[in-house]
Design a protein around this ligand. Structure first.
Ligand code: ADP
Ligand code: ASP
Ligand code: MG
Length: 454
């Protein structure tokens, strides 16, 4: 049995939680490979430093060192501390080099913001050693995680990672040691760290599980599992016992932050079950995500929302009869790697849903299509996409009517609808200011209320 266990920021965020994490690892049967996030707050701190025009490197290094040393001092003493400091000092030297590096390098921010994982992994590995376990802290480079893509938004090269991890990590496992690997990034073709986007350590966990064909991937976090909505928005959420890969992937893609949007695919590819568990309540069963699940009789399983989106509507006479033009528009948008969350067309308009941050370069791209007869481009910013996942949402007559009826009751105007594109979700766009009330209303009515039972 080989388990890949990923621990998030709060799970490794204090001496007490690091001890709990170590106990969870030790009490897990069989071989285990651990992937960690940075300690909570550390990545935000590094993002701020990397973004700042007037970066005070000395101050950043001091604050960063102090934060990690304070945790280490609470955990280690004597020889343990000495052994830890040897590795810590070497990593601080390389962090300083990274921070003082070339800010014009396109991958500078990736290198700086991924530094926290190099320290949380080191601390956790030493906690395990202090408990008499064999353990090795590995950076993504040392473990063989390869990435590809644009700065701050990479993805794993699964083929190269597979070959390399099996060469570098398997022998460590065979010696009975527990590898603790940095999450959040891989090494690109230039040999530079490339991050997987915020929250990317879940994806790292899945990439490592894929490469090692693990028996299970465990995502350890600060909530009881995959819940029926974001518990920060809805206070009375319910833990979902079981979901299939498609349901979890849709919800993660459309805003359920408990999993990085790309986590499911590497696990699904190799039929690896994913379990989402609470580090602070390890006895709790969590959520099992796998190929099949038993039927449920609830209408709505979970509702998520992706915020900060915009609708760009392009008007051109009878555009529906000119599919080549629609193709060219999409091609232009794709040149900038923009994710299109939804598309909707009419006779003379085509509308795209994308992130607020992608609007400007999309408009620039569309302007370069000036030879075409685009009549008008309209932008509606600050909308959110609500994603509803559940059984029978699409098959049962009247369900969408009920859902939109509930949305109407809270006075929300639905701006765009996508139904039927996926077999498990019903998505629609609402103004940002109504997203919280919409999610709460749907949850109250279809998850908690009697309307939730068919
Ligand atoms: P970690 O640091 O462990 O990766 P994250 O903060 O990235 O933790 O993700 C866990 C958080 O995701 C939860 O604390 C919760 O606020 C949020 N969340 C959003 N949607 C959901 C959901 N459907 N189920 C569970 N948690 C969710
Ligand atoms: N530390 C990274 C972040 O905060 C990655 C992660 O937590 O998954 O985004
Ligand atoms: Mg996370």
């Amino acid at each position: 049995m080989l388990t890949v266990m990923k621990f998030g920021g709060t799970s490794v965020g204090s001496p007490e939680s690091l001890k709990s994490v170590a106990e969870i690892i030790v009490s897990t049967e069989g071989q285990k490979v651990v992937v960690v996030s940075a300690m909570s707050g550390v990545t935000n701190f590094l993002v701020e430093a990397a973004d700042s025009d007037k970066i005070d490197c000395k101050q950043v290094i001091e604050t960063f060192s102090r934060k990690h040393l304070a945790v280490a001092e609470a955990l280690f003493d004597g020889e343990q501390m000495k052994a830890f400091l040897e590795e810590f000092d070497a990593r601080i030297v390389s962090f300083e080099k990274t921070l003082r590096g070339d800010r014009k390098d396109p991958f500078y921010k990736d290198a700086v913001t991924s530094s926290g994982e190099r320290f949380s992994s080191l601390i956790l590995s030493h906690v395990l050693k202090s408990m008499g376990q064999k353990s090795v802290a590995l950076t993504s480079a040392a473990a063989g995680i390869h990435s590809d893509g644009v700065p701050l938004n990479g993805f794993a090269d699964l083929k190269r990672t597979d070959a390399d991890i099996n060469m570098k990590v398997r022998p460590i496992l065979e010696q009975g040691a527990i590898p603790i690997i940095t999450g959040f990034y891989g090494m690109n073709d230039l040999g530079k760290p490339l991050t997987f986007g915020r929250g990317g350590s879940d994806y790292s966990g899945a990439v490592v599980a894929n490469a090692l064909t693990a028996d299970e991937l465990q995502i350890w976090t600060d909530v009881d599992g995959f819940m029926s909505a974001d518990p920060r928005i809805v206070p009375d959420t319910i833990r979902i016992d079981e979901m299939n890969y498609g349901e979890a992937a849709e919800l993660a893609y459309f805003g359920a932050k408990v999993l990085h949007p790309r986590t499911i695919e590497p696990a699904r590819q190799r039929h690896i079950p994913v379990r989402v568990k609470n580090t602070f309540k390890p006895e709790n069963p969590g959520t099992l995500i796998h190929h099949l699940r038993g039927p449920k009789n609830g209408l709505l399983m979970s509702v998520a929302a992706k915020t900060d989106l915009s609708i760009i509507t392009i008007s051109s006479a009878e555009i529906a009869y000119r599919p080549a033009m629609v193709a060219r528009i999409i091609e232009k948008i794709a040149e900038k790697n923009v994710i299109i969350y939804s598309i909707s067309t009419s006779l003379s308009t085509v509308a795209f849903l994308l992130h607020n941050n992608d609007v400007q370069h999309t408009l620039n791209q569309l302007n370069s299509l000036a030879d075409t007869d685009i009549e008008k481009i309209n932008v509606k910013s600050d909308v959110a996409l609500v994603c509803c996942v559940g059984d029978d949402l699409l098959d049962k007559c009247g369900v969408s009517g009920d859902i939109f009826g509930a949305v109407k009751e809270v006075g929300t105007n639905v701006e765009m609808i996508s139904e039927g594109a996926s077999d498990s979700s019903l998505n629609f766009v609402v103004p940002m200011e109504t997203v919280v009330s919409t999610v709460r209303a749907l949850h109250a009515k279809f998850v908690r209320g009697k309307n939730g039972r068919l």
